[in-house]
Design a protein around this ligand. Sequence first.
Ligand SMILES: [Zn+2]
Length: 448
Amino acid sequence: MKPENLFIAILILFLQAPRGAAQEFDRHFEDRTLRLDYIFAGNAKTQRIHLSEALSSSGWAGRRHNLDNLCLEGNGIIEVLEKGTGKVLYANSFSTLFQEWLSEEEATVSDKAFENVFQVPFPRKPVDIRVSLKDIRGNVTSSLTHPLDPADILIRPVSATSYESRYLLKSGDVSSCIDLAIVGDGYTASEKEKFFADAKRAVEALTSHEPFTSLKNRFNIVAVAAESEESGVSVPHKGIWKNTLLQCHYDTFYSERYLTAGSMKAVYDALSGVSFEHILVISNTPIYGGGGIYNSILTCSADHPTFPKVLVHEFGHSFAGLGDEYYYDDGYEPMYVPEKEPWEPNLTTLADFGSKWADMLPEGTPVPTPEDAVERENDVRRIWNSLPEDTRKRLNSHLGVYEGGGYMSKGVYRPVQECRMKINECEDFCPVCERAIRRTVDFFTEEP
Ligand SMILES: [Zn+2]
């Protein structure tokens, strides 16, 4: 083929690709959202998935390409399957609080149930929906496949929320941008302006960190001023319980700083009619805490001084599926096993390191990589601010395969010595985390 013909052929392919993806979407789905509410229940040994309710709302804010691909493996997957053929029409991966709880001692002695809510594009024809949960080895531990007829009269249409919403960042149409919703808990009607000011600080925190700064034109961020009866959120270890809309509370799994929303259904109800793919819950409290679960929900406290740092760290979890790069020296319930490569892009067990940042490592880097003297001989968190700029830069960007990460001091490795996903003191994501975030943004916004 002549070079000019090749150019024309490539141009034609380029022009046709988006239309092809859009056609594929339109063939199977309406511009509507199907919300599916589930109960995940059980204990450490056996788990069950139950469908609780199906709801519908206008518009679809999610991707319209890469429909049957996953960005990351995750701890679970929801799939829309074509009737008869079983062909995957849409898939998305996620993690859940329920699965975190399964590694708690409590799960060995009692059964519990957790709400989980997912949104998929609204199918044009009857389909099957399959929800699967996986263990730390990647094996499916429980699965539910149920039929879904889009003409089912019991699919409840939801009307738009009456809470005031404001766009704090609007970069484009919901069909082409990543749509993030910020919703508050523990804000009374008279604290509406405080909520919008806190949400604005959240946007400033996110967009002041790379790679979000240079990618902000791919995001829409809307703030929804949900109203609670009482101001503040529940703090069980202090005996404080508040009547709030999303039932946010500390002491999740008896961990004082673990702040989560008590009702996922309430969170989605508060956002009904709003175009969103990712949820950020801001709690109106000065107490330190937060939490971020991949493709599920992010929670953080508005008035603690570390608010911007915690928020960006938790968004690393909830948006890009980044793992925690910190670890403990004591025996913790293992989250990773040597024979399985973690799906989190910034952790490795070396089971399949080639799929991780091997391509970014400087030639000759020893694996594992020894920590340098600053890291080895100090509690870096305490001296971080007194370290020279070039030392901080080196700890944050010199790539290696450093042992310790994912809550385990042995057998799990991280890409740098210090990162936004390791300590609050370190402002920046490491190069591996940064690439993972860029890849996530590309997956959701760029036609293949
Ligand atoms: Zn990192």
